[in-house]
Write a protein that binds this ligand. Structure first.
Ligand code: AMP
Length: 173
């Protein structure tokens, strides 16, 4: 994954001062690097009997849909509030200032399904921790096999928020 690491761009002070934003758009625009990224994830999960890949809005959708297609599974969206049209479950979580909410359709999974969750960046872990709670509280008979990220920012210790769930990050900073 060294080639992917080289191609990801640091954008200082975005979206606010002090944040170094990991910009994945150069990787998405580079056909070989994007294909290698998805193939690497596909190889990791191909023999794990995955039924669905869950993507977290918005950049998570890109990886979730490409990986789901490669694995031949369904894809499920976890979205910001008010975006999903059917009945939803919701989970609200704390941000540095205020709160945010994630939602999922109530019929997103069937009992007994094995799923993985994916997002582009694991930073503080708040979003993925809320996504895990959202799924584990409302879908007791669904098994989260692993949570995957393209990038993990190790210095933020986000993985500590994800408790006992296995975590896989392709690239570490
Ligand atoms: P988290 O702090 O782990 O809840 O991160 C929330 C979301 O913000 C993730 O889905 C990331 O896509 C995004 N994010 C957080 N920090 C960064 C960063 N430094 N670069 C790019 N995306 C980020």
């Amino acid at each position: 994954m060294d080639s992917a690491k080289q191609i990801i761009r640091d954008v200082p002070d975005f979206p606010k001062e002090g944040i170094i934003f990991k910009d994945i758009t150069p990787l998405l625009g580079e056909p070989v690097a994007f294909q290698k990224t998805i193939n690497s994830l596909k190889n990791r999960y191909a023999d794990k009997s995955i039924d669905a890949v869950v993507g977290v809005e918005a950049r998570g959708f890109i990886f979730a849909s490409a990986l789901a297609y490669a694995l031949g599974t369904g894809v499920v969206m976890v979205r910001k509030p008010g975006k999903l049209p059917y009945k939803t479950f919701q989970e609200t979580y704390s941000l540095e200032y205020g709160t945010d909410t994630v939602e999922i359709h109530q019929d997103a999974f069937r009992s007994g399904q094995n799923i993985i969750l994916i997002d582009d960046v694991l930073a503080t872990g708040g979003t993925m921790a809320a996504t895990l709670d959202l799924i584990q509280k409302n879908f007791e008979n669904v098994k989260v096999l692993e949570v995957a990220f393209l990038i993990e920012l190790d210095f933020l210790n986000g993985r500590e928020k994800l408790k006992d769930t296995p975590i896989y990050s392709m690239i570490h900073y």
